[in-house]
Write a protein that binds this ligand. Structure first.
Ligand code: SF4
Length: 210
């Protein structure tokens, strides 16, 4: 990446980290995707029970492969034949839950929209620790930009990946559908936290996920 562009992005990241910390979340910065796993290894103890919310970012930065290394008791929702609903429920009592975010505002808020609600529920309550990993492309100025990011980018890209029968898959942006396959059902904003440091946000200086 061009050094001037990186300097601007790092300013945006620093601003966001400061406001996440004001909201009692821990905030970390790593320059590249390959720096994520070593940090996850520092934040998760060997033998912990861990599981994940659906995320392309976790695949792209090698976290999913790392969780399968045997270092952890990994509840693997992606394993062939996995009872995903049971794992979604077990997530509430796990030690560490890993996920990405649909958007992170520069004001230090996490914005997420779920279809099943399992991911946002575990983010808000249950696991002792939550690690949110996000590329700098997820940072937006405010909640309205976060909402637009989901409508214009995250949800259409996910419906395309999942091949769901929704209008955003066909037209490339949200049409406020009432499709049975709608993936936008539960809209959440995480602001200041009561338990300091329960939510840990790793911001990465590369584009990851959508
Ligand atoms: S509400 Fe429907 S059309 Fe809009 S992004 Fe979600 S699934 Fe797509």
């Amino acid at each position: 990446m061009d050094n001037h562009l990186r300097a601007i992005i790092e300013k945006k990241i620093n601003r966001t980290m400061g406001n996440l910390q004001n909201n009692k979340m821990d905030a970390y910065y790593v320059p590249t995707a390959k720096d994520v796993v070593p940090l996850v290894q520092e934040l998760c103890q060997e033998g912990e029970t861990v599981t994940v919310g659906g995320s392309m970012t976790l695949f792209e930065c090698g976290v999913i492969e790392h969780l399968k290394s045997g270092r952890y008791h990994y509840l693997d929702r992606y394993a062939p034949g996995a009872d995903t609903m049971a794992i979604f429920r077990q997530a509430f009592t796990c030690d560490t839950y890993l996920m990405s975010a649909n958007a992170i505002t520069e004001n230090g808020e996490l914005y997420n929209v779920d279809g099943n609600g399992n991911r946002v529920a575990a983010l808000m309550f249950g696991p002792k620790s939550v690690i949110v990993i996000a590329g700098w492309n997820k940072i937006v100025p405010d909640l309205e930009a976060a909402r637009q990011r989901v409508r214009q980018i995250a949800a259409p890209a996910n419906t395309t990946r999942l091949n769901t029968q929704t209008p955003c898959k066909v037209l490339g942006s949200c049409q406020d559908c009432h499709s049975d396959s709608r993936i936008c059902c539960d809209y959440t904003v995480l602001g200041q936290q009561r338990i300091k440091g329960r939510v840990k946000v790793i911001l990465v200086g590369e584009e990851l996920g959508y």
